[in-house]
Write a protein of this length. Structure first.
Length: 217
């Protein structure tokens, strides 16, 4: 066991020697690593102070060759979780979640990242001529990350979805995802013609009290 611990220590020292800079956490972990090529690598913790009215925050996650990769967590400066984000090739990819400082979900976003070395993607689109037929098309993405998929907005008090939007490679789909909160109010039911004519004819008359048979005692 003693020799195993010595071996692990030597490996750790060797890996640290290949870094240009790093910090050691209170748990003994090596964080905020910068390699000899000045690229961020491995686990990082980033601290941003409040500035000009903008709130400060801290976020933690992993870097791969100076680009964010995988899940990242963001906290306000009092330690409350405010965001769960996912990255690929340094850009947002997949589901992103944002919270109030009380921990209630505010919204969910869906993104699609683009491989910078191959900015093309294949998608399934409906055939404009033949119903129920789909065809594969190759599209070139001009930006590094685009909104793609379903976005959901929540009422933090109830947890219910109050709005929903669908995106297809950055384009918002029309008439998609409407909720009861967004729906137009229903038109009041029309009265029968005979009822409307009677109300119009008797609109100026005084209302007549109708006795219901009670004695009043």
């Amino acid at each position: 066991m003693r020799y195993l611990l010595i071996l692990l220590l030597l490996v750790s020292l060797q890996s640290q020697a290949q870094l240009k800079s790093f910090i050691i956490s209170v748990k003994g972990d090596t964080l905020n690593r910068v390699d000899q090529n000045n690229k961020k690598q491995g686990p990082w913790v980033i601290h941003v102070d409040a500035l000009r009215g903008e709130p400060g925050y801290e976020e933690e996650g992993y870097f791969s060759d100076d680009k964010k990769e995988g899940p990242w967590r963001r906290y306000n400066l009092t330690g409350d979780l405010t965001a769960l984000e996912n990255y690929k090739w340094g850009e947002k990819d997949g589901r992103q979640q944002y919270y109030t400082k009380m921990g209630d979900l505010l919204r969910e976003e869906s993104w699609r990242a683009t491989n910078p070395e191959n900015p093309y993607d294949t998608v399934q689109v409906p055939d404009p001529v033949t119903p129920d037929k789909w065809e594969t098309k190759v599209v070139k993405l001009e930006v590094a990350s685009v909104a793609h998929g379903t976005w959901k907005f929540y009422d933090p008090n109830t947890g219910f979805i109050i709005k929903q939007e669908n995106y297809f490679f950055g384009q918002k789909e029309k008439n998609a995802g409407s909720t009861s909160a967004e729906a137009a109010p229903k038109k009041a039911a029309e009265k029968p013609k005979t009822v409307s004519e009677w109300e119009k004819k008797n609109s100026g008359r005084k209302k007549v009290k109708v006795r219901d048979g009670t004695t009043g005692f």
